[in-house]
Design a protein. Structure first.
Length: 250
């Protein structure tokens, strides 16, 4: 019986590929919305070092415990999954690692670009995703800890540090947006924090920690969308709330 793929590694792979095929020039979205807010992953996880020594790019000396991990996977569409396995001389282990690295760099650059361009509409949609949890703050007190100190305390790695730093560059705009909404609805800021806190608590109960926890919160804040403008707005709200709330300190 084939070993089940580690759930968290699958999530990491999908997030860092932005749910798109990593093959150069493809980048087709691989997440299908089957019902409102219900999504199905239709991509294929390809092994960089073959899962079998006799399979494409197989290597009997490669540690078996590392075969089914994020580090040894690349996300592809069905067509390109079959293409790389059909010609392992052209698509070597080194070539696939390079392909994955380049794709993930493109994802980060695309998100960085959109951080400078999203507007009120994207903030409204991202905030609605958080508010949709129908949460209340239950009188919790939210105080401030310096972001760098909080990052260190929560064992967030350099890639997550970079994401937070990117998001924090738009924190003033998020603050202004929340302030404007509070003029219409005084309870809006606390409900937004409460929705954030509720999802955080749910993920902690699922034993998510560190970068996995932060990346899952980013997916929540961006409504599981692969649209970079939506992700940029979600990241900015998440970074803003990370900065002003004690949620990640718990």
């Amino acid at each position: 019986m084939a070993r089940k793929k580690p759930y968290l590694d699958q999530l990491t792979l999908n997030r860092r590929a932005a749910g798109r095929c990593s093959f150069p020039g493809c980048k087709i979205e691989l997440t299908l919305e089957t019902k409102p807010n219900k999504f199905k992953q239709i991509g294929k996880i390809a092994h960089i070092v073959g899962h079998s020594p006799k399979g494409p790019r197989g290597d009997s000396s490669f540690p078996s415990e590392k075969l089914a991990t994020y580090q040894n996977w690349i996300l592809l569409c069905g067509t390109h999954h079959d293409i790389i396995d059909a010609d392992e001389s052209k698509y070597s282990v080194e070539k696939l690692h390079e392909m994955k690295k380049n794709h993930e760099s493109w994802v980060r650059e695309s998100l960085d670009k959109e951080l400078m361009e999203f507007g009120f509409a994207e903030l409204e949609v991202a905030a609605s995703a958080i508010l949709a949890s129908n949460s209340s703050t239950n009188g919790d007190s939210f105080t401030v800890t310096p972001p760098l100190q909080k990052m260190k305390k929560n064992n967030l790695t350099k890639p997550t540090h970079k994401l937070l730093t990117m998001g924090l560059c738009r924190s003033p705009e998020v603050g202004k947006y929340i302030e404007e909404q509070s003029k219409l609805d005084a309870g809006y800021p606390e409900r937004l924090k409460g929705g954030f806190r509720k999802e955080y608590d749910r993920l902690v109960n699922e034993k998510l920690l560190s970068d996995d926890l932060f990346e899952s919160m980013l997916e929540f804040a961006s409504g599981n969308s692969n649209d970079f403008k939506r992700k940029a707005a979600g990241l900015s709200i998440l970074a803003h709330l990370f900065e002003i709330c004690e949620v990640f300190e718990q």
